[in-house]
Design a protein around this ligand. Structure first.
Ligand code: EPZ
Length: 475
């Protein structure tokens, strides 16, 4: 049965039947909380009619990447941890499933999660779940620290580079663990048969995940650990804040050196997951790309400072009041087309790699040519081929892309495109908002991994976007 055919109209019921989610958001949220029956997993799509101006206010959800590492850290804690503002995403649901596979008890309701790991009876989380997300691998730190051993499959996640785990392995060895990689799994145990021992480790480069995992491991090691050349991302600070609230002794989060004095036990604590800076950045770029004016909250302006600088240089107007940020690129406000700019992605506080694909879309609508250099991941240009299908004029050489602006021939026109990873996928949605005609995007499961209710939020702002879920005709 040809499922790739266009949306079905009622008269020909012989073909599969698409449900269109553009008027009944309550139905969608119902579907989110249940594992969809097999018939419903057949490649949902977005269709976007481009050219609509956006306006109004959009709520920003809790940070996916902070929530994932904090959920992993609950394994370090005795008693119950209570998390507020956990975004309802397939990634956070997968993380919950990983914790449950170890024996943790989890309750979730409306963004609140209660996690109790006292019942953990396994040190080998579900390999299938680990294979779905990168963040799942972070549990190796708390498991080794609390139980003295761990067996964790190699992680999955976005296909944007080789993404090895050598820094995790060498860092855990520096904390007194025997660590072996074999059969697609990492097996680790405390060399002294009891627990980890404080030590010194310098990361070759400031890996976010390795920093977070080694920080969690060191929190329950015997003695003091010094981790240098660590990541300074806000998510690292959010994790350190949760661990400190749970009784850990972590100093230096946000700088390039962490000092951690190990404790025998940590206790459950309560925390609010801070807002997602990448989601906020994505909506800021949506406003600029559609030449609109929108506001959003909560946003921590310092978390998106790099993007603010670039958008101001391009000619946008940006105002921040407390935790509300407003971006305007309305032609009357800016008086001329936006100017292109060059970007070089870097670890925080540099320009975030997770906003690189979305920024490329903006640059195709600006004046002038722009250069985007990706330095964090060696294979994060996969979205370019799909953007070219939408009329973007982009040349790629290795990890550098040259983007031709509007007057140099880029003219976004609708087409059928495929999302192949999270941020590359959302860049296609932003391009669809600006493209002439109706764009169809498949593979949107990638986007649902990291954006909560993206289509509903965009409709709130006036976008014409539909979520189509094909229903296989009853057998
Ligand atoms: C985190 O990934 C985020 N994911 C990523 O967000 C984000 O792009 C990335 O940090 C950089 O900001 C989560 O937090 C779950 P890294 P992570 O380790 O920790 C190399 C999104 O879209 N490396 O900082 O996996 C690695 O290959 C995702 O939300 C090693 O060589 O990123 C990469 O080139 C995508 N050896 C570089 O470091 C190691 O042992 C940076 O990766 C570890 C990493």
């Amino acid at each position: 049965m040809d499922l790739s055919s266009s949306t079905l109209c009622p008269q020909n019921l012989t073909k599969p039947y698409f449900i269109s989610f553009h008027k009944q958001p309550h139905i969608r949220s119902h579907l989110q909380f249940q594992t969809p029956p097999k018939t419903l997993t057949l490649d949902p799509k977005f269709t976007i009619t481009g050219g609509c101006k956006l306006s109004g206010h959009v709520p920003i959800s809790g940070s996916k990447n902070s929530a994932l590492s904090i959920l992993a850290a609950t394994l370090c804690c005795s008693g119950t941890s209570k998390l507020h503002g956990v975004p309802n995403l397939s990634d956070t649901r997968t993380m919950a499933s990983i914790l449950r596979s170890l024996g943790a008890e989890i309750e979730a309701c409306n963004g609140e999660m209660w996690v109790n790991a006292d019942g953990v009876g396994s040190v080998e989380p579900c390999p299938e779940d680990i294979g779905k997300i990168r963040g799942g691998f972070f549990v190796i730190g708390p498991l080794l620290a609390r139980f003295g051993e761990a067996v964790v499959a190699l992680p999955g996640g976005c296909d944007i580079g080789t993404r090895p785990v050598d820094l995790y392995i060498r860092g855990l060895r520096a904390l007194g663990a025997i660590v072996e990689l074999g059969d697609g799994k990492v097996r680790a145990q405390a060399a002294n048969g009891r627990g980890l021992v404080g030590g010194r480790f310098k990361l070759d480069h400031p890996s976010v995940g390795a920093t977070e995992t080694l920080m969690m491991a060191a929190c329950m090691a015997d003695g003091v650990t010094v981790l240098s050349n660590v990541a300074k991302e806000p998510e690292v600070i959010d994790l350190a804040r949760f661990l400190t609230g749970s009784g850990a002794c972590v100093e230096g989060a946000g700088s390039d050196t962490l000092y951690i004095k190990g404790k025998n036990q940590l206790h459950g604590s309560e925390c609010v997951v801070p807002p997602d800076r990448i989601e906020a950045g994505t909506f800021m770029l949506a406003a600029a790309i559609t030449r609109s004016s929108i506001s959003m909250s909560p946003v921590i302006p310092s978390h998106v400072a790099c993007l603010i600088d670039k958008l101001l240089a391009a000619g946008c107007k940006i105002t921040c009041a407390h935790d509300t940020l407003e971006v305007s690129a309305v032609p009357d406000d800016v008086g001329h087309n936006l100017q292109g700019f060059d970007v070089r992605t870097c670890p925080f506080p540099g320009f975030p790699t997770d906003l690189q694909p979305q920024t490329m879309v903006l640059l195709t609508t600006c004046d002038g040519s722009s250069i985007v250099e990706e330095t964090v991941f060696e294979n994060r240009m996969g979205h370019v081929r799909e953007l070219q299908k939408l009329g973007a004029r982009i040349r790629v050489c290795g990890s550098t892309a040259v983007i031709c602006g509007k007057e140099k021939g880029s003219a976004l026109l609708s087409s059928h495109v495929v999302a192949k990873d999270l941020r590359g996928g959302v860049s296609l949605v932003l391009a669809g908002l600006a493209a002439e005609g109706v764009t169809e995007i498949s593979g949107i499961a990638h986007i649902d991994r990291g954006y909560e209710n993206l289509d509903a939020k965009l409709r709130l702002l006036g976008a014409d976007i539909k979520r189509l879920i094909p229903l296989a005709s009853p057998l």
